[in-house]
Design a protein around this ligand. Sequence first.
Ligand code: GTP
Ligand code: MG
Length: 195
Amino acid sequence: MKVTQAEFVISAVGPDQYPEDALPEIALAGRSNVGKSSLINRMINRKNLARTSSTPGKTQHLNYYRINEELYFVDFPGYGYAKVSKTQRQVWGKMIERYLLERETLKMVLLIVDLRHPPSKDDELMYDWLKHYEIPICVVATKADKIPKSRWQKHVKQMKEGLLMRKTDSFVMYSSETGVGKDELWAHIESIAGL
Ligand code: GTP
Ligand code: MG
């Protein structure tokens, strides 16, 4: 995909704020600080359109980014950040669950995980939950630049086995630092979104 236009549209908390133009949507879920917003920026070649931070908990709503008037990326708040209060976590959980269950234009969830580590309990729960509701998933293991290439395959195996990934689910190794995996992920998104 040649990205010629990318813009932030809205930070939504509920359905009455979702865009109404019915473009396909690709959502990004993952643990706080794993690199969801950075992944979006690398996909669209912009340094900081999606706000990133070394402090976890930066993204707090469903942040919509429209790409080429053709699709949306929907950036979620991260899960598993201890300093977020229990009440806040429940509010986010409801917001995300409602979106995932009701949003008809949702085409796929990118489950963003950290290639360096085995999946967390929350990653496993999210994967199982998405499978249960039959929502199409692509697992994207990011921060690949932090591991030597010679060990990539070992980490890929550890991730796939840890999540008990089905063979039919797609998996992309990625780095927002180097751009590894970007073309592969775009090709997959374009095919799923029917572009
Ligand atoms: P929340 O919005 O808090 O859920 O975080 P997030 O998942 O959006 O993470 P974000 O993109 O803000 O990145 C968190 C930190 O990880 C930042 O310091 C990024 O620079 C760094 N980071 C993200 N992706 C990569 C990557 O592929 N490689 C390296 N080396 N660092 C990365
Ligand atoms: Mg973020």
